[in-house]
Design a protein around this ligand. Structure first.
Ligand SMILES: NC(=O)c1ccc[n+]([C@@H]2O[C@H](COP(=O)([O-])OP(=O)(O)OC[C@H]3O[C@@H](n4cnc5c(N)ncnc54)[C@H](O)[C@@H]3O)[C@@H](O)[C@H]2O)c1
Ligand SMILES: O=C(O)[C@H](O)[C@H](O)COP(=O)(O)O
Length: 322
């Protein structure tokens, strides 16, 4: 039997100094791998009691092959790469690190909104190419004339809504749960309505809902067609929420005037993705969460949770109920 340890299953951060400090202070043996597949996880994680995980897929097959595993902690917020039902069946506690970078992601979505509404990237390209005129950028609308639609009003969606409200925009929103918003004076500026109404009335639609299997393809040819002609679209949440071919078609036809994505269905974005040749699209490499402080907060908290899992202590941020 392999010795008990904590594994980092995969991690593309600049370094793992924060985790190393936490594990060494706790006196717990640990190893770093760069697993991509189920088989990588099964081969490398024997003996692991707790795992820090970035993107590698924890599935039924993986849990069944790792009987000593008691906890998986995601480096991040979303847990869509972990089969929660399978984890629960195998008695594995899944945890995440919520709110390590809420303001970073909301700020990134806001930066994307300002860039696409003010046509900053096109203007920059044009100046570099030697042209000095605003004529190729017309029209640009006054921001406070815009209605911003927000789907998903959790931590990040709400933080984004507050930012755009401060700019004078009208905010309409939809969430499958709204209990936390009722009677909250800080979010009373949001007009809560149906998902369809948000999609149909928004001049700019921004997704902030978590990805559940039933939400896959939430934005598809049908829902993009419902959006106003000339509307804009932002997704900093998960690429799986969007049919990317349908988004490229909506941009190519001019039905949508612009889009900005921080996440794509497959990451890195495949070289043959139709999004690469679509017009008026801004794409960043799943970096909305990043700041020096958010990264350090994320890594330390992820490692501390894994130590609690290793020791059989109560987790701080459980996602599934055992
Ligand atoms: N790009 C990045 O770097 C980055 C960083 C952090 C988080 N994220 C993504 O952002 C998501 C949201 O993060 P959060 O901290 O705000 O989470 P959260 O749990 O606070 O909010 C998610 C909200 O979405 C709602 N929701 C779920 N399904 C929905 C649906 N079909 N329609 C409408 N609302 C729905 C939930 O009720 C909840 O209020 C995460 O799940 C993650 O996928 C991305
Ligand atoms: O660790 C990272 O690279 C990011 O924090 C992480 O992958 C982003 O995950 P999210 O918070 O979007 O679930």
């Amino acid at each position: 039997m392999a010795d008990a340890l904590i594994v980092i299953t995969d991690c593309n951060h600049i370094n793992i100094d924060a985790e190393k400090a936490v594990f060494e202070a706790a006196g717990i043996p640990w190893k770093l791998f760069q697993c991509r597949t189920e088989d990588d996880l099964i081969a490398n994680c024997q003996g692991a009691v707790a795992a820090c995980n970035q993107r590698a897929p924890f599935t039924e097959k993986v849990f069944a092959a790792l009987p000593e595993l008691k906890m998986v902690v995601r480096y991040g917020d979303g847990v869509d790469n972990v089969d929660l039902e399978a984890a629960t069946r195998h008695g594995v506690q899944v945890c995440n690190v919520p709110d390590y970078g809420t303001s970073e992601v909301a700020n990134h979505a806001l930066a994307m909104m300002l860039a696409i509404t003010r046509k900053i990237c096109q203007a920059n390209e044009q100046v570099r190419e030697g042209r000095w005129t605003y004529r190729e950028m017309v029209p640009i609308q006054h921001l406070s004339n815009m209605t911003i639609g927000v789907i998903g009003l959790g931590r990040i969606g709400l933080a984004f809504a507050k930012r755009v409200h401060a700019l004078g925009c009208k905010v309409i929103g939809f969430d499958i749960f709204t209990e936390h918003l009722k009677g909250d004076p800080e979010s009373s500026f949001i007009e809560l309505t149906s998902e369809d109404d948000v999609i149909e009335r928004a001049d700019l639609l921004s997704l902030h809902c978590s990805l559940n299997s039933q939400d896959a393809g939430l934005m598809n040819a049908k829902t993009f067609a419902k959006m106003k002609p000339g509307a804009m679209f932002i997704n900093v949440t998960r690429g799986g929420l969007v049919d990317e071919k349908a988004l490229a078609d909506a941009l190519n036809s001019g039905h949508l005037s612009a889009a900005a994505l921080d996440v794509t269905a497959k990451e890195p974005l495949p070289m043959d993705s139709p999004l690469r040749s679509a017009p008026n699209i801004l794409i960043t490499p799943h970096m909305a969460w990043y700041s020096v402080q958010a990264e350090s907060n994320l890594k330390t908290r992820c490692a501390e949770e894994a130590v609690r899992g290793f020791r059989g202590e109560k987790p701080r941020n459980p996602v599934n109920k055992l």
